[in-house]
Design a binder for this molecule. Sequence first.
Ligand SMILES: [Mn+2]
Length: 358
Amino acid sequence: MYDKRVSSLINIIEQKDLDGVIITSRDNTMYLSSFSGTDSILVFTRKKAYFATDFRYIETASSLSAYGYEVVLIEEGVKSIVALLSKLFTSKGLRIGYENTVPYGYFETLKQGLKDCVYYDISDQMLAIRSVKDETELSFMSKAAAIADIAFNHILKTVKIGMSEIEVAAELEYVMKKNGASFPAFDTIAVSGKKTSMPHGVPDSKKLMNHDTVTLDFGANYKGYCSDMTRTFFIGSPSAEMIKIYNIVYKAQKEAQDYVKEGVSGFNADKVARDIIEIEGYGNYFGHSTGHGVGLLIHEEPRLSVKSKAVLKSNMTVTVEPGIYIPDLGGVRIENTVVVEKGGCYPLNHSNKEMIII
Ligand SMILES: [Mn+2]
């Protein structure tokens, strides 16, 4: 598995005729070596792979030699990295691949230490490789989604008028951790009432009230992989307009999800949801894209959006999450994460999407 992932990186090295690659991001380090700690870097030359880390991780890292990495101890942070790289890349004018997420100061130090090298950003190529998941990744993502389903079910059973948004968020996160999540996949969104008109509203001490709309957007991180789901439900009977909006979003989500399959474009998948919302007159209230890839990061490639140039491939994992947000009234978003297949897709999370009134 890791061999296959590393050979994808070797392909980039060959295609771009690079002399080496420096991997600094935690997500790509994890992708290429399984190592989940921080402050460690991978260095690939045309002949060898190195894993450089400090004292805190050296014991864990020793197992990585099984994947073909030579483990190197860093004692002085970026200074040691420069020393290592100067040893590995001795000739001038080399072509080195890097990621655009490398901190600026770090990159400057590297450039000063490794004079006369030409740098090539390989971030997009790495994201393209990672957008198609292997079986191990799909099993972790499926587990991450199942953990979120358990947490949502728990909330539906325990949520009460008078609970604060932050309590609901804490409860979701607690149940996810109790069921195997390492941590939440991102900052949990639990908003209620008029605040649901803010797609990424922040939970606070606002208490849930009768007739409130409640939007929960949350996920678990399981073995490095994220899940992402959103459900909107009502406490007490909602207004006629909120019911209308819910039904439009439900239809847009369902039809876009039914449309997603290998070979369709991210643009058209977005269009399916967007057209339904526009025809109903709410186009101006759907200001974000229909979906995004999910994996080691919560937002990855491909995108389902008006700007997307992506064509969906089997085993890509994408969200389908249209919404309508009306200031001073409220909003509805429904989100599933799905696995793209030939002829269709299947959702990783299985919580009910029908309207729920508590
Ligand atoms: Mn999402």
